[in-house]
Design a protein around this ligand. Structure first.
Ligand code: XIL
Length: 372
């Protein structure tokens, strides 16, 4: 049987009580997407089709909690075209079909990201120039352009240690700093209805590097807008990190307001929390993760230009964040015990909602309206 969101929400009557502990049996009655909708926002998560296919609790949680999904891996260039001319569409097709069947929005992630560019393309673009990138855009947007309401056109362009503030990549080397505007124009021509985004990390904390990164992002967005590039959204990854926290609300709020003033929508695209004390008692760990999530969302959701929140996965079981004594397997940090995982996502490795879930639900449900 194929479960739809309607099946899961049918009969839901109880709502969460106050600030008390979230009981496992309450979880199916709550929904992060319903909480987000109260302020005209969207909630979503990064997913992989193999998890959706193999794990019923995963499917159920996505249908219950998400109004949107982001392919964690399968729309990246190296997943779509690992070898030149051999396109692999299976997993991305599965995800678009799943989203279509269940009326979920899709975030297209990501057309240009140096780290997910196949080796053949890195060298081909140096020799052959823009047609290599154009071919990738034509194929990818030709097939999936209309399925995704928003596309991360350039992922992680900023590096404040590099001259000019842009990450030294094969794209920068081959095309100069104009590659970002060029990519936006090319994506706009092929997917005219999509909202186009640049997406990056490291704007959250009050250290020198992140302060410089904020400034660099504001400069980049303002020059792209001035040049008339089709840039509609800025994605803030928001990979929070307890070793850098706690977050300071006032400067973060100021940064979001400055970004909004440049005329872009803001999406929180990859929220999760990297722990700093994996060996502390579970309750303390979960409380610290939830508190940092709440601190971030209280500021972010107070900004009307923030229109969506996406977590980078739903369950610690498939987190890309390091596990205690764990090993990396296919891009996931696999631990041997539930405590061993990094606990920075809403559900634990056994699909029990954690205080982070509650923090998300309460923050989303209580926030002022996003701008229409
Ligand atoms: C990560 C995935 O989660 C991993 O499984 C994969 O191996 C590498 O990419 N910033 C991004 C995401 O924009 O695409 C990254 O996702 C995490 C950091």
């Amino acid at each position: 049987m194929v479960l739809t969101r309607r099946d899961l929400l049918a009969g839901a009557t109880a709502s969460m009580t106050g600030g008390g502990a979230l009981r496992a049996q309450d979880a199916p009655r709550l929904s992060l997407t319903a909480a987000a909708a109260r302020s005209r926002r969207r909630f979503g998560a990064a997913v992989r089709p193999e998890h959706l296919a193999a794990e019923r609790p995963f499917r159920e949680a996505v249908l219950r909690d998400c109004g949107s999904i982001t392919p964690e891996i399968h729309l990246k260039w190296d997943a779509l075209e690992p070898t030149r001319g051999e396109r692999r569409h299976g997993p991305a097709d599965e995800l678009t079909a799943f989203a279509g069947r269940n009326a979920l929005a899709l975030r297209g992630h990501a057309l240009i990201w140096e780290r997910s560019t196949p080796a053949w393309a890195l060298s081909a673009m140096a020799r052959e120039g823009w047609p290599v990138v154009a071919g990738h855009f034509e194929q990818t947007l030709g097939r999936y352009g209309a399925a995704c309401g928003v596309w991360d056109v350039v992922n992680e362009p900023i590096d404040v240690r590099a001259p000019g503030g842009l990450h030294r990549t094969a794209f920068l080397d081959a095309f100069g700093p104009g590659y970002i505007a060029r990519a936006l124009h090319a994506a706009h021509a092929l997917a005219p209805a999509a909202r186009l985004s640049i997406n990056d990390y490291g704007f959250d904390y009050e250290n020198e590097e992140e302060q410089a990164r904020r400034k660099a992002l504001l400069g980049l967005v303002s020059s792209l807008k001035r040049e008339g590039a089709p840039l509609h959204v800025v994605g803030l990854q928001a990979h929070l990190d307890l070793s850098k926290g706690p977050l300071k609300p006032a400067p973060l709020a100021r940064f979001l307001a400055q970004l909004a003033d440049l005329g872009v929508e803001i999406e929180i695209t990859e929220l999760d929390v990297k722990e700093s004390r994996l060996t502390a008692p579970i309750e303390a760990r979960d409380a610290a993760v939830a508190a940092e999530t709440r601190r971030y969302l209280e500021v972010a959701l107070d900004q009307p230009a923030v229109v969506s929140v996406t977590t980078w996965g739903l369950t610690d079981r498939h987190s890309w964040l390091p596990a205690l004594g764990g090993r990396m397997q296919g891009g996931e940090a696999v631990a041997t015990t539930p405590e061993g995982y990094n606990r920075g996502l809403p559900y634990d490795a056994l699909w029990r909602p954690k205080p982070m879930y509650q923090a998300l639900h309460q923050s989303l449900a209580a926030s002022p309206l996003a701008r229409a």
